[in-house]
Each structure stands twice: as C-alpha cells, then as structure tokens.
Design a protein around this ligand. Sequence first.
Ligand code: GLU
Length: 501
Amino acid sequence: MDDSLAGTWFCRRQGFSLPLPVMNKVAVTTRFAPSPTGHTHLGNLRTALFNALLALAAGGEFLLRSEDTDRDRSAEKYLDAMCDDLRWLGLDWDLGPGMEDPAGERGPFRQSERQAIYQAWFDKLSEQRLAYPCFCSRQDLERSRKAQQRAGRAPRYAGTCRELSEQEIKERLLDDQRPTLRYRVADEGFVEFSDLAKGPQRFELADIGDFIVRRSDGTPAFFFSNALDDSLMGVTHVLRGEDHLANTPRQIVLLRSLGLEVPVYGHLSLIVGDDGKPLSKRHGTGSLKDLRELGYLPLALNNHLFRLGHASDSGDLMTLDEMTGHFDCAHLGRAPARHDPVQLDHWQKLAVMKLSDEEIKTWLGADADGGYLGGMVPADQEQDFIGLVRDNLQRPSQAVAWAKILFADEPISGEMISAGLSHIEAGFFEDAAGLWSKGHSSFRDFSGQLSEKTKHKGKKLFMPLRVALTGELHGPELEKIAALMGKDRVERRFLEAAERC
Ligand code: GLU
C-alpha cells in the first residue's frame, strides 16, 4: 500500500468530513517551530537552515512559529534571542510572530495566541467522538505503565477512560475533576509514510495507544498543536530532528481523521559529538550565543551546518544563495551527523579570509574603545597589522595574541622557546642578534648572512628565528613580522632566545 492510500484507508474507517484549511498559494511552505525555552543550539539552527533552504530552492515560503504552549518554561526573551540569531545567520522568514498574514488566515504565529482555534478543534474532536475526556491521574498512569512493563509489553494507554458513559463523565466533572482530552487511535491498521530523510516508514496503530491532545489545564499538547498548526498554516514540508520520528504517526492519524492536509516529513539525523553522544554543552559547543561571542561568523556557521547530516556536492565556502542550488533532500543522511569543531574552524578560516580589511576591523571590535585589541596596536600600524595576521585568524582572541607577540614587551614564553629550540645552540642567536644590530638591506639579506655564518639553511634556519620572535611554529611571513615588531624588539627577542638556549 502506498503512503497516501494508508491515510485514505484510515479516514474512510473513521468517516469524517471537516472543512479543509486554506489551501496553500505556493508549492512549498516550510517552517521552523522552536519552543522558546532556552538559547538556540546547533541542532535548532540546522533545522532552521534546512527548512529555509528547502523553501528558497522552491521559491516557496518559510514560516516561523513559536511553540510556546509550556507557559512555565517559555519566555519571550528566548524567542527574541532566536529571532536575532536567525536574522544574524541571514535566515529571514516570510511570516512569523507579530506579523500579519496578508491573507489573514494563518496567524497568529505564537501558539499561546491560538487557544481559541485549538478550542474549536477540541470541540470537533469531542463531537465526533475522535477524542474523549480522560480522568486518569499521573499515579494511575504510572501504575499501569509499570504493570505493562512487568508483563513484558510496551507501555501504551490502557484505555481506562475510553468507554466512560455520558453519566460517568458528568459526575466526575461535577466532582471537580479536570480531565485531559485523549485522542482515540483505532485498534487495528497501520500508518505508512515516506520520510524525506529516512525512507519508507510503517507503524502499527496498535502500538501507538490513545494519546493526550489537551492537557488538564486546557492547553494543547505538542502532538496536537504542532500538527494542527502545520496543516492550518499550509505547511507542506516539515524537516525536523529525528527525535520526533515516533510522534509522526500520531500526527498523521490525527490530521487525517480531521480531514486535514498532512505535510511531507523528513527527520534529520541526530547531531553527535566526537564521542558519538548527542551534542551538548559537554562538547564545548553551547548555544549560538556562545559561538557568536567567540567571534564565529554567520558564513562559517551556515557552511558548517549545511554539512551536518546533509552530504554536500561542493567543498567550497558557499553563501546562502549558493547553498540553495546545492540543497537536496536526497542528500540527507541517515547516520548520526558528527559535529567536528575542527571542521567549523575550517569554514571560519575561509570566512575570515573573505572579509575586507574594514570588516575585519569591525569583527575585531577595533572601532569601539580599542575593542579586542585594547589599543595594543599603534594606530599607524593598524593596517599593516591586519594585512599581516588576517589569514591566520579564526577568532578575534587570536588577533589579541598576535598583537601581544608583535607589540608588547612581554618576553616569549620560555616553555615555547625550549620546546621549539631544544637543538639550537646559544651561539646561533648571538650571531643573529649581532648581524641584526649591524643593519642589513632586507630580511632576506639578514637571513642570507646568518645562513653563511651558522651554516643553517631552510627550515633549520627559519624555524628557530620564528620561534624566537613569535613563540609560534607557524604564522605570517617573518619579514613582515620583523618589520612590524621594529628593529629593537627583534634584537631583544634574539638575545632572550640566546639566554634560554
Ligand atoms: N517545538 C518543537 C521542537 O522544538 C518542534 C518540533 C517540530 O519541528 O515539529 O522540538
């Protein structure tokens, strides 16, 4: 049976005909539907990026919906921060919280403002006996769950309140008991659908069990408001984390029984850290807020996210527009997507290289109160400094380290020098200091003289000089480094190195 027929079968069995939602005017509508309960993390952002690209690629619409039904945990400040993060990444939405749908039919886009809509659908579910009030307490449910587990069965709702009479329901309501509303799932049958990332899926209805659509405080449960809103908002494609895969059959069954359109789903593989465990703070990658504070650029993050669980056919750094042409659901992976910070740094390096000198200055905060550089770089050397270090930077803090190396009078760490120069005799640096102080026409002239005198060549000549001057094994051209450091500082560094050898 193909997936569309599975749904049809289910509807026929339940036999409902309810008004269909507004039909979509564009072929593809996607959405990002975060719960604003914390700062945005890489998983959220990847979901947002893929949905935005899918819509862009099809000339469709990208919606933003705030799933803020959990009033205790949701906060407007988190929604604001998420909006700010999305804009920063260049992921603009066509409709979202605070915006009016020009057709006036799909908003509002905060679930907390949609209670009246939900209530109308709860009423329909009840009238059609598709859902029933459930008075089971948490303890009742827990007892039943344990009993089923003891009997070796997968836990599902035991059906205690399924067949309560009108009279019983009335009495319990009079007794001030506040029921949940539970959706009645058929005992037999199955749901099949084709997942955009995971391929064909099949779930037996008997394994699902009746599920809650309205909590006892009247607020909608996730399964319900999430699916209903997708359909009412004309969402055609849902890309979301694979942790939602098991929710999808419930949502399909629910929508079909209400005669509502069902979107196409794609479940994105989990993002894991180096240890194969789900990505979390432990892996040193917290929220986007943290990454922004470290100086990561939107271009780098987008390129990194683009390749998390999506095999790119291009190894180039791409703009969002370029990515649109390369995004393909057929390239969504099934295996966990490994977040490798080295990979993020790779894109960051390329993204920094794309910045103009002016942009680098802004990125370094050099325009505001000395910014990251804290006034360490003399104004007349700022341009040369940026030109020198720009291709060696991944984070603004590294520019600070270079500024210290080049302009501060702190000696290079003894440890670095010992590690880099263990095989070098003190005489080498005494010769270097002597030749340097005598003067020369260029750095090349100086190094030529030093080579003649010490018989060191190539790496054996340049590596000790680099370590003595910068404490680093890699970095910009030595000639330029020496020019920015100034004659005296270079000589002092050679003498310091001589003392340590
Ligand atoms: N609010 C849900 C979440 O943040 C949305 C899931 C979905 O995209 O359907 O996990």
